[in-house]
Design a protein around this ligand. Structure first.
Ligand code: NAG
Ligand code: NAG
Ligand code: NAG
Ligand code: NAG
Ligand code: NAG
Ligand code: NAG
Ligand code: NAG
Ligand code: NAG
Length: 633
């Protein structure tokens, strides 16, 4: 034993007993530096460094099984949602995890007083130096610089002893880079929006102009969606917006006046402020209201004045890092941790000490999740590490366990990512990359990802829709869709995806452009119209395009199905994916068989009979969905 110890001492740069007994294992590795960042220098070894260990949640490996147990229509426990307390209890990190990591730190010479455990017991924070941290986790820290001049500390990879690794989810700072949630509004970016804004001089009632202007009437006709809620006191529909996106009540009133919903005039959504979120008034130009107005005018209009829509307004006006984790912390107190639950290199950390920043406590379990939650923002999956994405994705599964339906837009750049970025062979992103670039959270198997369709020019609401496509002088919009590079194919879509891949023809690109194994999560799941929505903003009516429009529309339809079920004493529909892919539900979708989603120098995928990675299962037929769901327990 002693001999082994000495021998090992020679081979390893550190000398603690438990590390010797337990081999080092690679915990996380990054294959490339994200675009717009470059290596600046080796980090100063004596600089102080706060290392955070996110502990593994108990039972997290079973989460898929738990979710399907209540969400698979063939399960005897279908619809038996969990309580928040059951979720918290089931996944809380074990005291064993806390003990193992803590002991390992002490054995490695970290003074007890430098180790801090978060109140949620989910995180351990260690005050150390760069040099000590490098020894502890076998990392090499460098300083990276963004083209904006911003600096960031990161390593390429790090290791943990095997007996510790199984208790740790994530270590920060490490391989993760700062990434900002970019809105996925109607256009790819604000410059394009300004130069190509389409002002509407005449709005129409009825359905005669739906190929050039989508209105509430058009959507109702397209999706057989004429429903007045009767159980609003039991129901809820939430829309998430990230500040500085804001709404302007006078524009909202303009919209609801023109579309004959006088009850909504002067009536704002029910606002839940998260981490200082509020309706900023410093700038309400189209750039700053375009997303919020699209989501709210259609979300509120479609569920009618009889259901109050909840607006989750997240973040202050100065912190650019506010992201999905900040929202998730607010709706699930067990996900957050006051002393640094979120990744400070990705998420906003509150209190925010910048001038004008939100200096209150971070929202943690302060907001109640609505039964359906729609979000029209997204990352490229490649912006994040798989650890970060998986941790967040599991959180969506927990919302599913609670009976919440989470819908996300699937992206607006076809098979490319935000900003037309594609993947290079090494996993980095650039406009010249040749591999497709899936979006996140759309690629998480526990959300419902919504793509976009449109009415072909000259067609009416009675004709089959096609995949959305808009090409302008300076850019293009196509429905986001494809195959994840992080998540495995979930059971519910295995057959649908296999059928698609069997018939898939590589006309314009090879299967090397994406994971064509049939083993990776494919998206979107569904689609609704995302073309030429008439939106009131900055005192005018304009047209907006994007899966940003599709998500709140789909959310409204699902919220009304909840109403119908709640009215007869049934539960909310919760995580819908296993249900919508099931055979009986086939008739409830209008299959989209025309169009595609170009990107990355290719024509992208092509719509086909059955599920496809542009429009998913198709667009909804509300009446059929309602009847099917009403027939379920
Ligand atoms: C609306 O009117 C403006 C100004 O009169 C004009 O520039 C624009 O082309 C018109 N839009 C449409 C869709 O006709
Ligand atoms: C909106 O409605 C008002 C009042 O009915 C009307 O005067 C106006 O022309 C409408 N605006 C558009 C763009 O149709
Ligand atoms: C508001 O933002 C737009 C860009 O979207 C900019 O052109 C305009 O000057 C800003 N207005 C104010 C008052 O800051
Ligand atoms: C919706 O909000 C309005 C105004 O705050 C309120 O009067 C009404 O009772 C609410 N309706 C429901 C169904 O909660
Ligand atoms: C946003 O994240 C970056 C990178 O981690 C960080 O340098 C910056 O200070 C953060 N911004 C704020 C306002 O916290
Ligand atoms: C495709 O996805 C599966 C499941 O996630 C994975 O096991 C496989 O390695 C991936 N193939 C490639 C070429 O990335
Ligand atoms: C809200 O919109 C109206 C109409 O465009 C405009 O007059 C007003 O200035 C806007 N409010 C703010 C705070 O920008
Ligand atoms: C790889 C390849 O063949 N790409 C072609 C796909 O189709 C577009 C548009 O037709 C062409 O421009 C590409 O060269």
């Amino acid at each position: 034993m002693l001999g082994l110890l000495q021998l090992s001492l020679l081979c390893l740069p550190f000398s603690q007993a438990s590390s010797l007994l337990s081999p080092l294992v690679l915990h996380e590795r990054r294959s490339h530096i994200p675009s717009k960042w470059s290596l600046a220098r080796k980090h100063d070894g004596s600089a102080s460094h706060r290392l955070r260990f996110g502990l593994k949640q108990s039972n997290i490996d079973n989460i898929e099984e738990y979710l399907y147990d209540i969400a698979d229509p063939s399960s005897p426990n279908f619809g038996k949602h969990w309580t928040p307390a059951e979720v918290a209890r089931t996944f809380a990190p074990s005291s064993e995890s806390l003990k193992v990591v803590h002991e390992w730190l002490i054995e490695n010479g970290i003074p007890e007083e430098n180790v801090k455990v978060s109140s949620s017991k989910g995180w351990i924070e260690v005050a150390t130096t760069v040099e000590e941290a490098e020894e502890l986790i076998h990392a090499d820290y460098h300083v990276y610089q963004h083209e904006s001049g911003q600096e960031h500390v990161a390593c390429d990879e790090y290791y943990l002893p095997e007996h510790v690794a199984s208790h740790v989810d994530i270590v920060t700072p490490s391989v993760h880079f700062n990434t900002i949630v970019r809105p996925k509004p109607m256009f790819r970016d604000t410059d394009l929006m300004k130069s190509e804004i389409t002002i509407v001089n005449t709005t129409y009632a009825g359905v005669d102009h739906c190929d050039t202007q989508i209105s509430l009437d058009c959507l109702r006709a397209l999706y057989n969606f004429h429903y007045t809620p009767v159980a609003s006191y039991l129901n809820s529909y939430g829309i998430v917006e990230y500040t500085p996106q804001t709404f302007n009540q006078s524009d909202m009133d303009l919209f609801f006046t023109n579309y004959s919903l006088p009850e909504l005039v002067g009536r704002p959504p029910f606002q839940v402020s998260i981490d200082g979120g509020f309706q900023q008034t410093f700038n309400q130009s189209l750039d700053y209201v375009g997303e919020s107005h699209l989501d709210l005018q259609y979300g509120m209009g479609l569920v009618t004045p009889k259901l109050n829509v909840t607006l989750y307004q997240v973040g202050d006006t100065v912190n650019p890092n506010t992201s999905f984790n900040n929202f998730l912390d607010a709706v699930d107190g067990s996900y957050c941790s006051y002393e640094g639950g979120d990744d400070p290199t990705i998420d906003a950390i509150y209190p925010d000490t910048q001038p004008g920043g939100y200096d209150g406590p971070p929202a943690c379990g302060t907001a109640k999740p609505a039964s359906v939650i729609s979000t029209s923002y997204g990352y490229n999956e490649a912006d994040l590490t798989s650890f970060y994405a998986t941790r967040q994705c599991n959180e969506y599964a927990k919302l599913g366990l609670l009976g919440v339906t989470v819908v996300y837009s699937s992206g607006d750049s076809g098979v490319a990512g935000n900003g037309q970025q594609c993947l290079n062979d090494d996993g980095s992103q650039s406009a010249t990359g040749t591999r497709f670039n899936p979006s996140f959270p759309g690629s998480c198997p526990y959300v419902t990802s919504v793509g976009a369709t449109q009415i072909a020019a000259g067609n009416s609401v009675n004709d089959p829709e096609v995949a959305a496509a808009r090409v302008t002088a300076t850019g293009a919009f196509y429905s986001g869709g494809g195959f994840s590079n992080v998540f495995n194919v979930p059971d519910y879509q295995k057959d649908a995806v296999a059928t698609y891949l069997k018939n898939f023809k590589t006309d314009n690109f090879t299967s090397a452009a994406f994971n064509s194994s049939g083993d990776s999560r494919a998206f979107p799941d569904l689609a609704t119209n995302g073309a030429a929505y008439v939106v009131a903003g900055a005192g005018e009516f304009v047209l907006e395009w994007g899966t940003s429009a599709s998500s709140p529309t789909m959310g409204a339809i699902l919220a009304m199905i909840n109403d119908a079920r709640l009215a007869v004493g049934k539960k909310t529909i919760g995580f819908i994916n296993p249900t919508i892919y099931s055979e009986p539900f086939r008739v409830a979708f209008n299959d989209i068989t025309s169009g595609g989603n170009p990107g990355c120098g290719t024509e992208g995928f092509t719509c086909s009979t059955g599920w496809d990675p542009i429009t998913g299962l198709g667009t909804p037929n509300f009446e059929r969905l309602k009847d099917l769901w009403l027939a379920m327990p």
